[in-house]
Write a protein that binds this ligand. Structure first.
Ligand code: MTE
Length: 300
């Protein structure tokens, strides 16, 4: 399968970091992306430079391991990801309990760089590897009539110290409309920087929806359900005024408690001014048509 690079990836190729640099340059050269070097400004290249491994893996949100940004890195080692299985059910031709290996068998691992944005107005640029969610859904056979995909994270009180607290409605749940799920940008990630995804980032498999706020990207998935009804999501259930079902990155719709018009890149160094947030996190060309005719203030 040919790689479907995003604009971000090609531009980020100009100034990637450390080891990633060498690997990417080989592939970038093969794609003819090297020519872009001359038209991408140093500022743009800097904005799309991948965040360091240390920042990506030490500043996290994973409430099952605590609500502090440093809690997941400190606590998530207790999650046992061996023998992981994902239950696929609902409106599919081949429901069942799949190992990650079975579900992803025969799929090509794709490497992509996405800007990943949090609702609290911070962002990271993460080189993910994984598979299109679409590839997995095609494999299990989505039945006609299915309109949404629901996801569930593992709920393991003995391994997840944070689920003792009722900060969210457990298990962590998320959902996408079927066309969002089938979009080629929507990734099931199994790695970062070509290495296995660390527990604090959602091992062994998590969703990445690059045009939505980070909380849609549910970690450590154990269930995928095809349904004809809009599924509940943990953040929406716990605070519907602040978190809607769609959660598209949209600088013109404020979170009730803060503006989302600007963002600051994590690990951006000493000179790190806030930058304007881009509509759909910069993926407007690819995804705006999914929402044609929708009032995005109402469906936030
Ligand atoms: N998935 C689960 N199961 N639990 C969580 O608390 N937090 C979400 C999302 N997925 C979360 C989750 C939020 S709020 C964000 S911003 C991203 O994960 C953070 O991903 P990262 O830690 O890999 O940057």
């Amino acid at each position: 399968m040919a790689c479907r690079w995003t604009n971000d990836l090609t531009q980020a190729d100009v100034t990637p970091e450390s080891l990633w640099l060498n690997r990417r340059q080989v592939i970038g050269g093969a794609l003819g992306a090297g020519a872009l070097g001359s038209i991408v400004s140093p500022a743009m290249a800097e904005a799309l430079k991948p965040t360091s491994w240390d920042d990506i893996t030490s500043y996290n949100n994973y409430y099952e391991f605590g609500t502090g940004k440093e809690d997941p890195a400190a606590n998530a080692h207790t999650l046992n990801t061996s023998g992981w299985a994902i239950e696929v059910d609902g409106m599919v031709d081949a429901p069942g309990r799949y190992s990650v290996a079975t579900l992803t068998e025969g799929l090509t691992k794709e490497e992509r760089i996405y800007r990943f944005r949090c609702v609290e107005a911070w962002s990271m640029v993460v080189p993910w590897n994984g598979f299109e969610l679409k590839d997995i859904l095609d494999k299990v056979g989505v039945q006609s009539g299915a309109k949404y995909v629901a996801f569930e994270t593992a709920f393991r009180p003995d391994q997840m110290p944070g689920v003792r607290y009722g900060v969210l409605d457990w298990p962590y749940r998320e959902g996408l409309r079927l066309d969002e799920a089938m979009n080629p940008l929507t990734l099931m990630a199994t790695g970062i920087y070509g290495k296995s995804i660390p527990n604090q980032n959602g091992a062994p498999i998590r969703l990445v929806v690059p045009w939505k706020y980070g909380f849609k990207s549910i970690k450590s998935i154990v269930r995928i359900t095809l349904t004809d009804k809009e599924p509940p999501s943990s953040w929406n259930t716990s605070n519907a005024r602040e978190y809607g079902f769609y959660s598209n990155v949209n600088p013109t719709v404020d979170h009730p408690r803060w503006s989302q018009a600007l963002e600051r890149k994590i690990g951006g160094g000493l000179f790190n001014p806030r930058k304007p947030t881009l509509m759909f996190n910069g993926y407007e060309d690819e995804v705006a048509s999914l929402y044609d005719g929708m009032d995005l203030e109402k469906f936030f």
